[in-house]
Write a protein that binds this ligand. Structure first.
Ligand SMILES: [Zn+2]
Length: 308
């Protein structure tokens, strides 16, 4: 039996050697594929994540930077920084900003290990992402006030609650009755923001009368800012920011308005020299149905959204 096997081995030595060679080559080939495939997949996934994050960060900057001169530059730089921070090599990052859309392309040459045995040293991987800016259609926490839908300039001072005497809006000083009527309800909403989500197209009831006492509740709200925010330097979400619905109606006394958009104002009663029954604010952000894609207002009530 032993002789049989040794003869068999001897006879088939040449053939065996050939089979072994083919086997080893195949094994190396498989290993190369598996090892390098893993490296390529990892690199590609990292690039995809980097491009997605970069596009979103750039689009958010387009929302939040008010200065049109620096907006695109800063958004582009932010996208590059975020892509780098997420592992994309700087030389492979391309950022394009057009019409409030931030496109990010990232590419990278991945060095291969096992595939070098077959003369393949590198593989180029690519990722693409794009994010755009879309307006906020709903808002939770509006102040119980409203203004006419209008084109506003960043920093423009706007009267949000008229004082007395009030000639513009008979019997209506700008107050809203949100989830309930009356001065207590109005004051609560002024201090805390409405607890109900309001969506563009919603019809809201106005609260007639000057409401001079409850309007002073605004001072309690403003005192809740603990960061010393000013118009030039405020924290997003600061209590001094009032988000207010806009409309195209002429409410008379207890009436209704239809919400066409939202605008945000930084309120500083001392700086705006308000009477106690008045509220004025500096316009900072807007989302309006009246805006067109090519000419969006300078905004922050927009949010970024990944589209590619
Ligand atoms: Zn603040």
């Amino acid at each position: 039996m032993r002789n049989f096997f040794s003869r068999l081995i001897k006879d088939q030595k040449g053939m065996s050697f050939f089979i072994v060679c083919v086997g080893i080559t195949a094994l190396f080939g498989m290993t190369a594929l598996v090892t390098d495939f893993g490296r390529i997949s990892l690199a590609r996934q990292r690039l995809v994540n980097a491009a997605d994050s970069a596009a979103m960060a750039g689009a958010r900057d387009l929302c939040f930077i008010s200065d049109p001169l620096t907006r695109e530059l800063e958004a582009r730089q932010r996208a590059i920084d975020v892509a780098k921070a997420n592992g994309a090599p700087e030389e492979g990052i391309t950022v394009n900003i057009e019409n409030y859309k931030v496109s990010v392309d990232a590419e990278q040459d991945v060095n291969l290990i096992m595939s070098r045995l077959f003369g393949v040293t590198q593989r180029n991987v690519k990722a693409h992402a794009a994010a755009t800016v879309e307006s906020v259609k709903s808002y939770l926490g509006i102040a119980p006030l409203s203004i006419k839908d209008q084109t506003l300039e960043y920093g423009q001072m706007v009267t949000l609650k008229f004082g007395s005497p009030n000639s513009d809006t008979p019997g209506n000083f700008g107050a809203l009755a949100l989830n309930g009527r009356g001065s207590m309800n109005y004051e609560y909403n002024l201090i805390n923001g409405s607890q109900e989500t309001v969506t563009i197209g919603d019809v809201l009831e106005t609260e007639p009368g000057n409401m001079s006492g409850p309007t002073e509740g605004i001072d309690e709200r403003l005192s809740r800012c603990t960061d010393g925010c000013t118009f030039d330097n405020f924290r997003p979400g600061c209590p001094k920011i009032l988000v207010i619905p806009m409309h195209l109606d002429d409410p008379q006394g207890r009436d209704t308005i239809k919400v066409t958009g939202f605008a945000a104002f930084f309120v500083d009663r001392e700086a705006t020299l308000c009477q106690t029954d008045e509220i004025k604010g500096y316009f900072v952000q807007m989302a309006s149905t009246g805006s067109t894609d090519s000419n969006k207002p300078i905004v922050s009530l927009y949010d970024a959204k990944l589209v590619e």
